[in-house]
Ligand binder design. Sequence first.
Ligand code: CLF
Ligand code: SF4
Length: 297
Amino acid sequence: GPSDLPPEIWEKVKDHPCYSEEAHHYFARMHVAVAPACNIQCNYCNRKYDCANESRPGVVSEKLTPVQARRKVITVANEVPQLSVLGIAGPGDACYDWNKTRETFAQVSQDIPDIKLCLSTNGLALPDHVDEIARMNIDHVTITINMVDPEIGTKIYPWIFYRNKRWTGLDASRILHERQMLGLDMLTARGILTKINSVMIPGINDEHLIEVNKVVKARGAFLHNIMPLISDPAHGTHFGLTGQRGPRAHELKALQDQLSDGTKLMRHCRQCRADAVGLLGEDRGQEFTMDQLADEV
Ligand code: CLF
Ligand code: SF4
């Protein structure tokens, strides 16, 4: 509640459904899928879900141009009174596809100046855009950080694309790690609230997430969200094909309990789709596809 947070922080979290457990009963978020391209490869990716970065069966998100996204947000804002946050969370990376992310936020802010802007990224391109993120009043940034040890990273990331070059192996994970840490530090220095999402992958980074938690807290992360790997062979992710399993519910809970001491943990994440609309756990995205939107908006 407000009592244990400084007023300027409370102002930012009180109506954000992901950053405040209480707010998620009353406030809704929507995602617009304007950022299809990505600059890294995660072994669990199938480009349907974000900012959970995981994979479950489902229909492909409808990709929108910034102009279409603006129309959609205006329609949803008129029909979903609880809407407080617009997030860009894929289906690729919101910072790699920066021109589309920036254009979308700029368009929407003109019409709905008080909507909160939120984005989710793997962090690789993040440092290049932090100044603009601050200037545009994007107050909430999620970085998916699955390791702080590049050796472990090699089991999660087969490659990254950085500075016009493809990197693999330890080099790839080392660069990704350094960029994630730099981006987090830069956001912290500017007072932008950060949430770290970590995908729990049994046998690969499950025990290591205790170390990840320590490191991101020390660097000023506001929230840490541990999410279970959902690995489904039907969707052709690398982990799905190799039979990598996700954590059991009790394993996830045990890790969360271990981390909850002195740490703000998010426990109400619903692993949203990249085009989710509504309260968390509710997905009204199918009510607001482009062909259903009024032409005059
Ligand atoms: Fe979207 Fe993510 Fe912003 Fe929320 S979702 S970009 S912080 S507005 Fe929320 Fe959904 Fe979990 Fe993400 S419940 S997957 S944490
Ligand atoms: Fe997929 Fe996201 Fe990983 Fe890119 S960062 S490969 S979109 S899960």
